[in-house]
Design a protein around this ligand. Sequence first.
Ligand SMILES: C[S@@+](CC[C@H](N)C(=O)[O-])C[C@H]1O[C@@H](n2cnc3c(N)ncnc32)[C@H](O)[C@@H]1O
Length: 423
Amino acid sequence: MSTYFCEKDAKNLIQLNKKLISYHNNNNKANSAKLCKESPKEQMDHSNMNRSELLQKCSSMGIKNCSSKNKSELIALINAKQTSHESVSTNNTSTDTTERKYTFIEVCSGGGGLSSGLIKSGFTPVLLNDIDGDCCKTLKRNHANANVVCGSMDKIDYSQYVNKIDLLTGGVPCQSFSQAGLRKGLDDPRGDLMMKFIEILNIINPKTFMIENVKGLITHDEGNTIKKIIEELNKNDLYNVSYKCLDASKYDVPQKRERVFIVGVLKSLNRNFNFPVESDTKKVLKDVLYNVPTSNGAKYSEEKKELFKLIPQGGCWVNLSETLQKQYLGNSYNSGGGKRGILYRLSMEKPSLTLLCTPSQKQTERCHPLEERPLTVREYARIQTFDDSYEFIGSLNSQYKQIGNAVPVELAKSMGKSILEVL
Ligand SMILES: C[S@@+](CC[C@H](N)C(=O)[O-])C[C@H]1O[C@@H](n2cnc3c(N)ncnc32)[C@H](O)[C@@H]1O
């Protein structure tokens, strides 16, 4: 008899469970994501989350090696972690609540795109550095607890950090490798900063390092420059070094922006580094260009405004009449190349083209999709995925430069999470 009741109870429970699951499946994603956070029993159903969401949750729970797992393995790991967490908190047996701090030093921090993303991923800055006064003020304003050292990176005394740091990073200046720049490479004083970074690396001996640079670094001098840098990094045979060019638009950033990341992990850690997995979805401008806080912005001349009135979203100078094209381009009308950056109007339905240090130049326009004007400072910051609360100090030009130079915060966060997995 009692067996009969148990079976019946079990059947009822299964049916109730099925109803609950189908209720959650019929609700929208946001709703189920919210439920996942709030109710311990409902936390067990992660089947509505896509792999990218699961990866994020997995990493944020401090689970190691998330990126190598498939969807069902991720769900199993998350559930196991939640169960153990719940049982610890219900039994109240947890004794050690001290969280391990993962520290980083960043040189050439600029306005703080890379550092903001690393902080969001779980790292703590112990030293941020830049040679530019405005950048230092911006860093101090937004990272009140960090030690911001203003000056050249090679003039800092790093002795107190030897063997104590989890990550040394820096986006050492890139003009000498960029496609648009002089491409003098390591012989240029700015390229030489790359060698200075390696000297600092050899002094500090951090557990990991990450160098960020422009895509042109890979092809510079037919690949010899990157080869030389990797050789230098491998000289002491201490680190496993790998590099990859990542497009920010594949990491929740509404902007096409390709950057090279060189990552090294101490061989003694015996861990494999995996670059972050690309997101399943792509962000476009309509996802971020709404309710943007008011801010200053550059202006167009009346002549340029009239031209942009003739150009649709995603269009450029080619949308003008031949007469206007010749009038605007002058001698460059007959020069080769697509010149698509000229009089380019962004599209709400696409990611932005790469934002530059200035929002408006004759050869590189990124006109607002719906209005005849350049993007404002806060729109620039949104596209670079800075929080609206992140403040930039300095003149209008300086603010645009700090934002245009930055590693998009979300891309930096993805890199930070991948590095944390080996620590
Ligand atoms: C590409 S930006 C870095 C952007 C930064 N990674 C971010 O995400 O915001 C390069 C920075 O290097 C700084 N810089 C140039 N030479 C330097 C030096 N010798 N020491 C420290 N910083 C330097 C520049 O002022 C500039 O802000």
